[in-house]
Design a protein around this ligand. Structure first.
Ligand SMILES: [Zn+2]
Length: 336
């Protein structure tokens, strides 16, 4: 990693709604921005953004300087296997059958390789040439350098955008482009670090995973929904997970059939109920365990009490014996 300072720009107001006033949220030292990170929240639309921020050139320089870590065969097999679970979950939550999938910012292609295993036709977009080459070579995936290079007229049933949107300078523009690439019932699935849990990132010592030079924006469920709506998309599922500290959102064209959205919402509710059930079972097991250890303690107390009573009885007997001795001596004395 480089410690060289990168070019920054001061912006006159909110990059989303252009409102000039913002609330200062905080300042953090950062190795790539000389001034450090200054985080602000727009007083009009509430979006959280960096000001100053890296210029687009600065972002490219940063991306080019970051090392692409290459997995060995075993790590790769596990990475793909884990992502099959993500695809299966996406299928159940969106009610989509395998069709065409576009992964924007597909990195080394693990999510696409997993999708292909489940019958999806994969397409990837990746800026990093090293990562793109890796995805092509290891999995034979069709990887493009940007959205404009995708095959003309190709539409997608599912577009995944995992930890990408927080890196964009122009999220509305990019998401509108993605909306245009959707089939009528297609879904855009987005995941970003959840700003709602910023304190938790810091508490866990992972502050740089959220506050860093490459994240010009920080999103909550409300602000990401706003950005998607400005891009002409409608959110039908949203989850801010305190376990993973991520915000996951699914959106579609407003014309997506109501039936498909209802089914997706039902699936989402089912998933949430299952999660609650799992927590309930977990709690139930914990309570049962506490009860068991309390019973053991009560039993222990009863044994202790019994022993103590026995000791007291013995002491009483001893006292009785001693007293008896004294009385005998007194009687003897009187007798004399
Ligand atoms: Zn704003």
């Amino acid at each position: 990693m480089t410690t060289q300072f990168l070019p920054t720009e001061q912006i006159p107001g909110c990059p989303i709604c252009q409102h000039p006033e913002a609330r200062f949220v905080g300042h953090f030292p950062e190795p790539h921005i000389e001034e450090g990170l200054s985080v602000h929240q727009c007083l009009n639309c509430s979006i959280v953004y960096l000001n100053p921020r890296l210029t687009l050139e600065g972002i490219h320089m940063l991306e080019d300087s970051s090392e692409v870590y290459l997995y060995d065969a075993e790590q790769q097999a596990k990475a793909v296997h884990d992502r099959e679970g993500i695809i299966a979950w996406l299928e159940s939550m969106t009610q989509l059958k395998p069709g065409s999938i576009l992964d924007v910012g597909c990195n080394r292609g693990y999510l696409l390789a997993a999708a292909a295993r489940r019958g999806w036709q994969p397409f990837g977009v990746e800026l990093s040439q090293v990562s793109a080459a890796e995805a092509r070579q290891r999995f034979g995936l069709p990887i493009y350098s940007d959205l404009e290079s995708l095959p003309q007229g190709q539409l997608f049933d599912l577009i995944t955008c995992w930890h990408v949107v927080e890196h964009l300078h122009h999220p509305v523009q990019m998401l509108r482009q993605l909306g245009e690439l959707l089939t009528p019932d297609g879904v855009v699935a987005i995941q970003v670090p959840a700003y709602r849990f910023a304190d938790e990132y810091i508490r866990q010592g992972n502050g740089l995973h959220i506050f860093c030079a490459s994240h010009p924006f920080h999103y909550t469920a409300e602000t990401l929904t706003m950005v998607l709506e400005q891009a002409g998309l409608q959110v039908f599922y949203c989850d801010e997970s305190p376990k993973y500290l991520f915000l996951t959102i699914y959106a579609a064209k407003p014309s997506r059939s109501i039936n498909a959205n209802q089914q997706a919402q039902l699936a989402a509710q089912r998933e949430q109920t299952n999660q609650k059930l799992a927590w309930f079972e977990h709690d139930h097991a914990a309570i049962a365990q506490t009860l068991e250890s309390m019973n053991a303690y009560v039993q222990h107390l009863e044994t202790t009490l019994k022993t103590k009573n026995e000791h007291i009885a013995q002491l009483e007997q001893h006292l009785q014996t001693i007293n008896n001795g004294r009385i005998m001596r007194i009687l003897k004395r009187i007798k004399r």
